[in-house]
Write a protein that binds this ligand. Sequence first.
Ligand code: ASP
Length: 397
Amino acid sequence: MKISLNTQILFGASLGVTFGIILGHYTPSQAASPYLSAFDLLGKIFINLLKMIMVPLVFTSITAGIANLINSSQSRRVWPTLIFYSLTTTALAGITGLIAMNFIKPGVGLDVHLFKDKTNTFQVHSFNIHDFANHLMNPNNILTVVLLAVLTGITLVVLGEKSRTALKLINEFFEIMMTIVRWIMRLAPLGIMALLTKLVAQANVPLLYVLSKYILVVVGTTLFHGLITLPIILWLITRISPWKFFLAMKEAFITAFSTSSSTATLPISLRCVTENLKIDAAIARFVLPVGAILNMDGTAMYEAMAALFVANLCGAHLTLVSQIVVVFTAMMASIGAPGIPSAGMVTMIMVLQSVGLPAQAVAILIAIDRPLDTIRTVVNVEGDCIGACVVQKIAGS
Ligand code: ASP
């Protein structure tokens, strides 16, 4: 009997959680440590294989996507639809986070001295708008790969006949990358098991307990955006049933959850969207990589909520205008975060500094970031995939 990859992944994920609980919380640390090192190695191999494919995949996907779109004259509405969709959903995410924090106010009354060790040893590197611009245009940043891919795609169309072979080559190269991804995904059940074992085993339970109110608000609000707001947008615009959408995207969401990386999940979301939801390949190849890097609802929501949490911890009152500044900076920060685990924590400093909150507080947030990153990454990926469906409906021919 052949067991499907999906079932194997689910099985791997459940085993990972079980091993994590046993090794991390019920086994003496000396006895557990060789096993945890082995799982760590296995998880790293899996993530690094996916990362290895990231740059060539993003480049060929966007270049071919743009060139094919312009050639089929669909592109005129694709850009504006994608930008409008991204800004609206990201702003909605930030505002929902803000409302939840204002109602529930986690962090008020918590003793800040509990975190003194963490914040005292944390080195703050200031991160202002100037650093943000440098960060975006750093040649090592994946955003510059996006820019080069967009320019190459446009140039291929401008050169027309003269670059026909190059376009064909790029399309073929993309197919080669996707085939390699299919091979890497055979390792997914093992890789996901290893990643989840480590995640669960290393969870700092006492700290999670102290911050449980905040964690519950974050998880609840993120799930609200992922299970209510985004599916409503999907249904209203495309009439695709959210249930059908979730079933089609299952594999991508489990990968996003366990890798905490939207860019590492990109190859899987591309396959789920084109094969299971039958979205036009040119649209998916353009919207998904651009979305994975620029459109992050979960991250924008989290950064806004985290800033308000830090304000509550310090007993600072943020006026409505300051809160709007927080949402706006969180939106920018999510655009600057590159789609890898805990990327949001780097740009978080900018959000805190925008309203004068202490950047050292990031130390507290980092300590509990791994479990929270899992869910916000799923919502980031979900937002991109719904974006592809929306763009197809509005701009597709
Ligand atoms: N891990 C997130 C992602 O890859 C980014 C972040 O919020 O840290 O989408």
